[in-house]
Design a protein around this ligand. Structure first.
Ligand code: GRG
Length: 358
């Protein structure tokens, strides 16, 4: 029997999320409002607003982590959080572009317990749908000027978002290419997740800090917040990898999901690189097969248990979280330069990401 995912009870979403949720939702809806062509039903469906026919049908949506981080960083740097909404929702649209395409690439028929776009409309339409999300994202961020953000800052934020989503796409390339390889080092894995997942999370904090802090001419503060975002990206993906193997109470994923598909997520990277003797021969033999199921899956989970792989992953996530906390407590951020209470919000968020169940 393998060790279940360790968290006594799922932590609640940090309370401060509520501060921004309705503004994010309204801004996302207003960006999509002028788009009434049938294509955009696929976007509204994916966002959990309508059913496949386009009829009102609210469903549990994504966590909106990226726009929330963007608004929190803006507030932390001294800005009015709503001034960052064009960047915040742009990041959420980019994220949805990546998820719609990721569902195709991973052959995933469901996300958040609902059919994915390709599973409903087929792959060609889902490619189109993802591309539409990206177009909407590009238009959304261009609206920063309407919130009184100077052109130079708006251009910098727009370029940062484009630059970071290119990094995300690069990271996705690496992730896919690692599936063909038997052995991937922890350093290679960390470089891959820094791009695939970390780039957009880092950019969320960076973009928010730029919008909120441009008039303070305090690059140190913006860079320090950006470093917090970078560390949170690692925490986020490592936790995702733990949930991908040991399941989460709310992920809807079966235990072993990422092993079955031979993903080189952190648990596999750790187990393959640290197993010795008969365990090493066995795990390599299993990972040479086309897919991993039944007894093979149970054996890999057993090897991971023996190697204390889950504890290793949790410790690495905690190490990156510690790095973020040290920045939050560093001289750049701890001397009252952050808006009251926002350092505590970042801490609450980090602790939620470390233990989240979905
Ligand atoms: C094919 C041109 C082309 C691009 C594809 C697919 C892709 C680019 C990049 C993939 C990036 C990706 C899906 C990273 C995984 C990040 C991740 C763990 C997503 C889950 O994020 P959550 O938990 O999702 O925030 P919700 O649903 O809560 O918003």
């Amino acid at each position: 029997m393998t060790t279940p995912c360790t968290a006594p009870k799922p932590p609640p979403m940090p309370g401060f999320f509520g501060r921004y949720q309705s503004a994010i939702d309204q801004a996302m809806r207003s960006n999509l409002r002028p788009r009434q062509a049938p294509l955009f039903t696929t976007l509204r469906y994916y966002l959990g607003w309508v059913d496949t026919e386009g009829n009102y049908d609210p469903q549990p949506a994504g966590k909106r982590v990226r726009p929330t981080l963007c608004m929190l960083a803006c507030e932390a740097a001294g800005g009015e959080p709503t001034s960052a909404l064009p960047a915040a929702v742009s990041l959420e649209f980019v994220h949805n572009f990546s998820l719609v395409h990721d569902d195709i690439e991973d052959n995933d028929r469901t996300r958040h317990h609902r059919l994915t776009v390709w599973a409903v409309w087929g792959i060609p339409i889902a490619i189109d749908s993802g591309n539409a999300f990206l177009g909407i994202a590009n238009l959304a961020v261009a609206r920063l000027r309407e919130n009184g953000i100077p052109a130079a800052v708006a251009v910098e934020v727009g370029s940062a978002i484009a630059d970071h989503y290119l990094k995300m796409v690069e990271g996705q390339y690496l992730d896919i290419s690692y599936e063909e390889r038997l052995e991937v080092s922890v350093d290679e894995y960390l470089a891959m997740i820094r791009s695939k997942t970390g780039a957009l999370i880092e950019c969320s904090v960076y973009a928010g800090a730029l919008v909120g802090g441009w008039n303070r001419r305090d690059r140190k503060l913006i860079d320090a917040l950006r470093n917090v975002g970078r560390s949170l990206g690692y925490v986020f993906q490592i936790r995702d990898d733990v949930l991908g193997v040991w399941g989460g109470q709310e992920t809807g994923k079966p235990v072993g999901a990422d092993i079955t598909r031979k993903k080189k997520s952190l648990p596999a990277v750790h187990a393959i690189s640290t197993a010795r003797g008969a365990a090493r021969a066995k795990i390599l033999e299993i990972y040479r097969k086309d897919s991993i199921e039944g007894e093979d899956l149970a054996r890999v989970l057993q090897i991971m248990d023996d190697l204390r792989t889950q504890a290793y992953c949790n410790a690495l996530a905690a190490e990156h979280w510690q790095a973020a906390k040290s920045v939050l407590e560093s001289s750049e951020l701890a001397d009252g330069s952050l808006t009251n209470g926002t350092a505590g919000d970042f801490i609450e968020l980090g602790e939620f990401l470390l233990a989240r169940q979905a």
